[in-house]
Design a protein around this ligand. Structure first.
Ligand code: MN
Length: 234
């Protein structure tokens, strides 16, 4: 059996009764040998975590800053509160079962919050950035490079110092959550990848739009390999 991978989805902007997700996340999981299943912000996260071999936290709207004890400030984008709460519960449930989690963009931010970290609600307003992190180009265009942290999982995977990435985010990690490590940063110091124990890792860019580039597809392959190994070990 292929490892069953839950992919989180949320409510569509402007229509709180419509669930939506781009299909490239599932394509990446299938190409890497997994079996994707979509997880709406409904149901029982503990039972779902028992069922799946791995959790893919997808991109989406801004996490509510109340989850890290801040009020929303100017520059904050749209929030999907129900999705936030469901994803935080899923992360906790997966973490207690020591199951792998792969976070993409908002997914990285949700992992950071779940581990006690905080976010810049808007990079430009709160930090001022030397690199544009919301690129003006197609999804598969790699607009800025990231520097990989020596000794990190990404370093082991790539064995190179830098990687070109796409960038569609206006928020980023401010304070890193406990038991997380920085795996890559952009030229302006913005955290672009993080990792933790038990196969938890996340990137701020969108590898699901770069599946045709081996270096980015490698993240999906690594995730499915980790899920398969842990599934067999359980
Ligand atoms: Mn970026």
């Amino acid at each position: 059996m292929k490892p069953l991978i839950g992919i989180t989805i949320g409510y569509q902007e402007g229509n709180a009764t419509m669930l939506a997700q781009r299909d490239c996340y599932g394509k990446g999981i299938i190409m890497a040998g997994g079996n994707p299943i979509l997880l709406p912000p409904q149901g029982d996260p503990e039972e779902t975590a028992s069922l799946i071999a791995g959790l893919l936290l997808s991109g989406g709207p801004d996490p509510d800053p109340q989850h890290f004890h801040e009020q929303p400030r100017p520059g904050m984008g749209r929030v999907d509160w129900r999705r936030d709460c469901h994803e935080l519960a899923l992360i906790r449930a997966m973490r207690s079962r020591k199951k792998p989690i792969f976070g993409i963009c908002r997914g990285l931010q949700m992992i950071n919050i779940a581990y006690g970290g905080t976010l810049f609600q808007d990079i430009e307003k709160e930090k001022g950035n030397a690199v544009s992190h919301f690129q003006n180009g197609d999804f598969d265009y790699e607009s800025h490079w990231v520097r990989i942290t020596p000794g990190s999982l990404l370093d082991q995977l790539y064995q190179r110092e830098t990687l070109a990435a796409n960038s569609f985010h206006h928020q980023a990690v401010k304070f890193l959550g406990k038991e997380l490590h920085i795996a890559a940063v952009a030229a302006d110091g913005i955290i672009e990848a993080i990792e933790g124990e038990n196969g938890v890792f996340a990137v701020q860019w969108h590898p699901e739009h770069l599946l045709h580039i081996p270096a980015h597809f490698l993240l999906f392959q690594h995730f499915i390999k980790t899920c398969s190994e842990r599934k067999t070990a359980l």
